[in-house]
Every structure is written in C-alpha cells, then in structure tokens.
Design a protein around this ligand. Structure first.
Ligand code: FEO
Length: 137
C-alpha cells in the first residue's frame, strides 16, 4: 500500500503548468519521505530524499522567482522572503540528519507538508491572476 501525506488536486493549481508540475514533484518527495519514515528506513535513505527535496525546492523557487522578475511581480519581495525561510529550514533538517543518527521525525514532516500546502494555497495562489496576464506556463 502506498502511503501518502500530501495529495495534489486541482485546488492547488496556480494555472501555470510548469509550477503545478513542480508542486506535484514536491508532494511526491514528501510522500517518499513519509513512506521511508513509516518503514523505519535508515538515515542514508532518508538523507538522500531530504537532499533531493532541498535540491528540487531550490530549483522550483528559482523558477517562480525568475517569473517574478520577468513579469515585474509587485509582491515578489515578501514571497522571496517566504522562500528563504523554507530553504533555511530544509537545510537545517538536512544538517541534523547528517550530523546525528536521527532520521526525520513526524513533527518535521508535518511542518514541511503544512508549510508547503499553506504556501501554495495562500502565497503562490496570489500570483495566479498576474501570471495569467503574461501567459506564463
Ligand atoms: Fe511554489 Fe512560492 O513556491
């Protein structure tokens, strides 16, 4: 049975195909982490998923921030500050896994999922109408 902590559906859509696909990939990585944690996988496996989560998070945030620049998005600064906060948290979790025998805890996983879901629904959704004007895909 596949265990999931985050399921993407249309209410998360920001009407930009590349960004919706990024968000689906990030949900997929959270589900991989959840499954690995539930099965009691060791820090090597958990650590490599967190590493990929960090890499893909940065890749995704860079995509959005490039669109902000190319379209002159007025709420870019506060949005980028949110991204910076999350990148720092993910980097901290990765370091904690690397420097100890701990893996990931349910609290950390819940934090990552809740932050991402809230960010998409509140902060990302705010650019939907703006990007539509520029036909960003
Ligand atoms: Fe989709 Fe602002 O992150």
């Amino acid at each position: 049975m596949n265990m999931k902590i985050a399921i993407w559906d249309q209410r998360y859509s920001v009407s930009v195909k590349s960004i919706d696909q990024d968000h689906q990939k990030l949900f997929d990585l959270l589900n991989q982490l959840f499954e690995a944690m539930t099965k009691g996988q060791g820090k090597n496996i958990i650590g490599s998923i967190v590493q990929e989560l960090e890499r893909y998070t940065i890749y995704h945030f860079n995509r959005e921030e490039t669109f902000f620049r190319t379209t002159g998005y007025s709420k870019a600064n506060e949005h980028i500050a949110e991204h910076s906060f999350f990148k720092q948290k993910v980097a901290e979790f990765k370091q904690n896994i690397n420097k100890s025998d701990s893996t990931i805890t349910p609290d950390v996983l819940t934090f990552l999922r809740d932050w991402l879901v809230n960010h998409i629904l509140k902060i990302d959704k705010a650019y939907e109408a703006h990007f539509k004007k520029y036909s960003i895909q």
